[in-house]
Design a protein around this ligand. Sequence first.
Ligand SMILES: [Fe+2]
Length: 145
Amino acid sequence: MNRREALSAGALLIASVSMLSAYDEKLIVNTKDMELQDPKNPTDFEYKHMPQIELKGKDEKGYTLVEITVGQEGIIHPSDANHWIYAIELYADDKLVAHADLEPVISRGFLSARVKLEDVNELKSISKCNLHGNYSASIAIEKEA
Ligand SMILES: [Fe+2]
């Protein structure tokens, strides 16, 4: 490694370390996968964290608009400086097809993607709250006759 390469590698390392500490400052503390206490009767606290998956129209290329909002039953999860949904994932069967990283205060728990659903049986989403962990929800995809 020559001097120029070494300087460049050092600058990259410094950039990586400063990105890491910026992420730490956002208080991402709870990465636990949470289970509902009673899956048939979620509490308001659980609804607030559960992603709601909605299917909208299909475009001319056959991609369905999938919208995910956190949470369910009209109970919106807050987006405060110390408490917010920092990421949402969308899986088609077991394949990760969309992912959103979200900022506190300025954005809140929402993701949309266009997905080809013809060979998909289930859509699952995971919402990640920095304080309360990961909550998931899924819907079955009905096949057209
Ligand atoms: Fe939360």
